[in-house]
Design a protein around this ligand. Structure first.
Ligand SMILES: [Zn+2]
Length: 477
């Protein structure tokens, strides 16, 4: 009985994939209809003029954004229809509970469904917790009052943006949802270190509109390749040692390399305890021009201070997990500085990847592949030069700090610091407000009997390599 079921499933899948057009390039102008719904009717809805500027005519419009990120290969055009105020709210359920149901979507007499590629619902309503945006992944069939048509459907809540003026600030959620509707069903995650293990952060790539976007930023090179915006003319496959120049991803430079792809001879398994395996690496340079320039890169740290990333120029290394389908790899930003930012970490985990880029003079060793990647030159906002070596020995020198044992935890009177290889170190104990309460040099026992119960941070610094380890310590008596 197994075979027919598999066969049916395959048939269904191929029909589904075809009708969604998920892997298809997105080239040319997409005709969209913007349908604003004012269910709240409290006078706070965004005006039609603001919506028109936000979508089509303003400097920071979604149209300009799509044209910039696609290097002019894609665009949107269309009509902002009048507000629907006389229709009863007919919401869906669950996560998308703030968006009108299909019955509403397909019954709008003034919309010509035969000419649209996409329908965008702008909803102003007094609804509680629900998604800021929603979208189909590609085109879906709808049985409209004009007949059967396939189009994309996206929605967003205008309430989410007040008091922001949509005509002055690109709506990153609208941009994000639109790109979903272009067939991108995944998010741009990041790989950061938490409690000594690499862990996936959903939406963790802050440099990518499909990650955790605070403002409109370009999608990564992998997404641009999938959508046909970066072609073989602009993406260079690297298999030989050498120095390669990568131009800023935000710039329109046809024919110049804007991403390098390294097909890994061996799968890269950074964290053996999870399912992520990288088959390729995408290397790209964010030059902070165009829409990316406006991105706010300040990160709130868990001790209440702010990490100001005022030198974000660097190489992004995006691992591609292609286990299911080589045409459909999932991008994951690799944090090349996995230690906690500022020694304490960001108060919101995805922001830990803010320091992900590899900086000038730094080298990243690709585990298991004898590949090294070094940034050898940066011309800010223009290009970056990267030296790639395919016979690098990525032997990590083991120093004393790697052999540390800290115990007991919780501790009541003494914390013991033990190691197999002797090394010179300082051991500083901080409270959670960042105040230094005990400083010790090469001491294997720290007296904590005088401190009150609670959580503390023990920072051990290797004085030769300047590497640090920070452990949470609980004092409990
Ligand atoms: Zn999303």
């Amino acid at each position: 009985m197994k075979k027919p079921i598999t066969f049916l499933a395959l048939l269904f899948y191929s029909f589904f994939a075809q009708s969604q057009g998920v892997n298809d390039p997105l080239i040319g102008t997409q005709q969209v209809a913007i349908l604003p719904f004012d269910y709240a009717q409290d006078g706070n809805h965004q005006t039609i003029e603001v919506l028109e500027a936000g979508f089509f005519t303003g400097e920071y419009s979604i149209k300009n954004f799509i044209e910039e990120i696609s290097y002019g290969k894609a665009s949107i055009d269309g009509i902002v229809y009048p507000y629907r105020t006389n229709q009863p709210p007919l919401f869906g359920t669950g996560y998308t509970s703030c968006y009108p149901v299909d019955e509403v979507i397909i019954n709008q007499p003034d919309v010509d469904y035969s000419i649209i590629d996409g329908l965008i619902l702008s909803v102003h309503a007094n609804t509680g917790s629900c998604a800021a945006g929603t979208s189909t992944f590609g085109k879906l069939p709808f049985n409209t009052i004009d007949g059967f048509f396939e189009f994309r459907r996206s929605g967003f809540r205008t309430d989410f943006y007040f008091p922001n003026d949509f005509s002055e600030i690109t709506s990153s959620t609208v941009a994000h949802e639109l790109i979903h509707s272009f067939g991108i069903s995944f998010h741009s995650n990041s790989y950061i270190k938490v409690d000594g293990e690499y862990t996936i952060q959903a939406y963790g790539n802050l440099f990518d509109i499909m990650g955790l976007r605070s403002q409109a930023s370009h999608p990564c090179s992998l997404i641009k390749q999938q959508k046909g915006w970066l072609t073989d003319n602009e993406i260079e496959n690297v298999s030989a040692a050498g120095t390669y120049r990568i131009y800023a991803l935000e710039k329109t430079l046809p024919g110049q390399t804007q991403a390098l792809v390294i097909d890994l001879p061996e799968e890269l398994d950074i964290q053996p305890n999870d399912a992520i395996l990288f088959n390729k690496l995408y290397l790209e340079y964010r030059g902070l021009t165009g829409f990316d320039y406006r991105w706010n890169r300040n990160v709130n740290l868990s001790d209440g201070t702010t990490y100001i990333n005022d030198d974000p120029h660097g190489l992004l290394i995006v691992g591609a997990d292609c286990q299911l389908n080589d045409d459909f790899c999932i991008p994951v930003l690799i944090d090349t500085h996995p230690e906690p930012i500022g020694g304490v970490g960001a108060n919101y985990l995805p922001h830990e990847a803010s320091d992900a880029p590899l900086k000038l003079g730094e080298t990243y060793f690709v585990d298991n592949n004898e590949i090294s990647i070094e940034v050898v030159n940066v011309v800010e906002g223009n290009y970056i030069d990267v030296s790639i070596n395919f016979s690098a020995l990525s032997i990590t020198e083991v120093s004393g700090i790697d052999t540390l044992k800290i115990y007991p935890n919780p501790a009541s009177s003494v914390i013991n610091i033990d190691f197999k290889e002797a090394f010179s170190f300082t051991a500083n104990l901080y409270d959670l407000r960042g105040r230094l309460i005990s400083s010790n040099f090469n001491s294997k026992n720290i007296d904590v009997s005088g401190f009150t119960n609670g959580m503390y941070l023990l920072e051990i610094s290797d004085l030769n390599s300047s590497r640090k380890i920070i452990e949470k310590i609980i004092i409990s008596k």
